[in-house]
Design a protein around this ligand. Structure first.
Ligand SMILES: Cc1cc2nc3c(=O)[nH]c(=O)nc-3n(C[C@H](O)[C@H](O)[C@H](O)COP(=O)(O)O)c2cc1C
Length: 182
């Protein structure tokens, strides 16, 4: 059995991977962590763009900072980097279809992607979706390349949580599936 001192004396350089971790194992383990679901929107040159994102987290209260992680080389990553701004729309329990629609790889782009989805354009030109629990309009402050993803740290410059949605549960994601909280 390892002693406490032996454990605490380990430095980051000694904590090398003792066995190979497959992407499947990593996905399976991370899939046990329940998250909410958002649609991140931004203004692209050819019109509005949106993608389903669950890597959203609050980062700082003063100043108000949030973070999202986007796959390096993804269209959304390029659009967000070019726009320097994006909006996070937090989905409610009844919006799984919307979450699936904006995660589909072959979905239409530009205005066609938002056809039939009630929305308005926010200050940055990013769509603010109607009927979501809340939204945050953000300006990118810092990007960090981390493995095969890019971390976007952004400052919130406007936000709203519709009081009419206070009693409605959020849409959740667990083990690769949308989950409806009763
Ligand atoms: C629930 C859920 C959460 C997701 N979260 C992320 C995420 O945080 N970052 C990311 O890069 N992709 C995420 N994806 C995958 C993207 O939505 C998907 O790959 C999309 O097609 C990317 O669009 P793009 O090619 O326009 O960037 C998620 C998918 C689902 C269903």
């Amino acid at each position: 059995m390892e002693t406490a001192s032996a454990t605490t004396s380990a430095t980051a350089s000694t904590l090398t991977r003792s066995r190979s971790i497959t992407q499947q194992q990593f996905r399976q383990v991370m899939g046990q962590f329940l998250t909410g679901v958002t649609i991140v929107t931004a203004r692209a040159e050819d019109g509005p763009h949106g993608t389903t994102v669950n890597s959203f987290a609050s980062l700082s209260l003063d100043p108000p900072l949030i973070m999202i992680c986007l796959r390096a080389g993804s269209r959304t990553g390029a659009v967000v980097a070019a726009a320097g701004a994006f909006t996070v729309n937090i989905l409610s329990r009844g919006q799984a279809e919307l979450g699936a629609r904006f995660a589909a790889s072959g979905r239409p782009s530009g205005h066609e992607a938002f056809a039939g989805i009630p929305h308005r354009l926010g200050a940055s030109g990013a769509p603010v979706l109607a009927g979501t629990l809340a939204h945050l309009e953000c300006r990118v402050r810092k990007t960090v390349t981390a493995g095969d993803h890019t971390l976007f740290i952004a400052e919130v410059f406007d936000l709203d949580a519709g009081p009419e949605f206070l009693d409605i549960p959020p849409l959740a994601f667990h083990q690769g599936r949308f989950l409806t909280i009763p």
